[in-house]
Design a binder for this molecule. Structure first.
Ligand code: GDP
Length: 293
């Protein structure tokens, strides 16, 4: 069981009892504990340090309110700061029709599953979604998307004998419009690592379909590595959001904070299971609570 931050802070906070003001000296021990909690939740050490500095600045000189203990006050400041960092930028999808969404991610990140989750989410919000298979390397990936689409009554487009991703994208877009779709989700190829051909292919496809959203699906369980993936994809392709998958595991989701701080891309969705309905629209306060434990 993970200790809650308030418990972990217990000892450190006892020394604050009776203090009228929070100062750097009387906060040191508590902030050390917060730092440990963040690192344990997979937050990048540099991000944790910057975060602690921000919290320290916020706390310094604050008079402890009569109604709360210094401990409660610090935990609230930490929580609020975390929510504000996680929630910076737009965490919602562009509100427009038609909506074009390009999905990116490494193989196994949960991208295809997310394509289905997003399609259902958009349908619930009044769209007619279609998914376009733009993976020309793994026929199994096309089959997987097609099955997912069929099982959930989602429009599907794929070309099994073409290797021209740009053309598939354009044909898929035309086809989907003819079918009356107004939310088009392009599922791109996933590789084991980000290499030049992958980036070039995605950049080409992006030029062709001019997406309103370019969303990276990243596996939360990768921890720090997910941050590098987000940064590299963002620099190479330009992202408008991140869907953090597999948050139903033991991970506390600290990678989200690092991604937000380092890659500067807003988190928009959380994947919370293998089922197509296991999707949460991102709420910074919920994730903040989880990271703090
Ligand atoms: P892709 O290669 O990126 O398209 O990844 P897939 O969509 O095929 O997903 C890879 C594996 O992760 C599959 O076994 C999925 O069922 C699983 N998966 C996807 N999203 C989640 C999630 O949010 N939670 C869990 N536990 N598993 C997930």
């Amino acid at each position: 069981m993970l200790e809650s931050l308030t418990d972990r802070l217990g000892n450190a906070l006892r020394s604050l009892r009776g203090q009228a003001k929070l100062t750097e000296e009387n906060m040191t021990e508590s902030l050390q504990e917060v730092r440990k909690a963040l690192l344990a939740a997979d937050v990048h050490f540099r991000v944790a340090r910057e975060f602690i500095d921000r919290v320290a600045k916020q706390c310094e000189g604050q008079a402890v309110l009569k109604s709360v203990t210094p401990g409660q006050m610090i935990v609230k400041i930490i929580h609020d700061e975390l929510v504000s960092l996680l929630g910076e930028g737009s965490t919602a999808l562009e509100d427009k029709k038609p909506l074009r969404v390009l999905l990116l991610g490494l193989q196994g990140s949960g991208k295809t599953t997310f394509a289905g989750k997003l399609a259902l989410h958009l349908r619930k919000n009044g769209y007619t979604p279609a998914v376009i298979a733009c993976d020309v390397y793994r026929p199994a990936a096309i089959d997987q998307l097609e099955t997912l689409a069929r099982d959930n009554d989602i429009l599907f487009y794929g070309e099994r004998d073409s290797k021209n991703v740009r053309k598939i994208g354009r044909n898929g877009w035309e086809w989907a419009k003819e079918q009356g779709a107004d939310a088009i989700i392009f599922d791109t190829a996933g590789r084991l690592q980000i290499d030049e051909p992958l980036v070039k292919e995605v950049v080409d496809l992006k030029k062709e379909v001019q997406p309103d959203e370019s969303i990276l699906v990243a596996d939360a369980a990768l921890g720090q590595e997910a941050v590098n993936v987000a940064k590299t994809f963002h620099e190479a392709v330009g992202l408008t959001g991140i869907a953090l998958s597999k948050l139903d595991g033991d991970t506390r989701g600290g990678a989200a904070l690092s991604m937000k701080a380092i890659a500067q891309v807003p988190i928009k969705f959380l994947g919370t299971g293998e089922k197509v309905t296991d999707l949460e629209v991102f709420h910074p306060d919920r994730l903040a609570g989880r990271i703090l434990g």
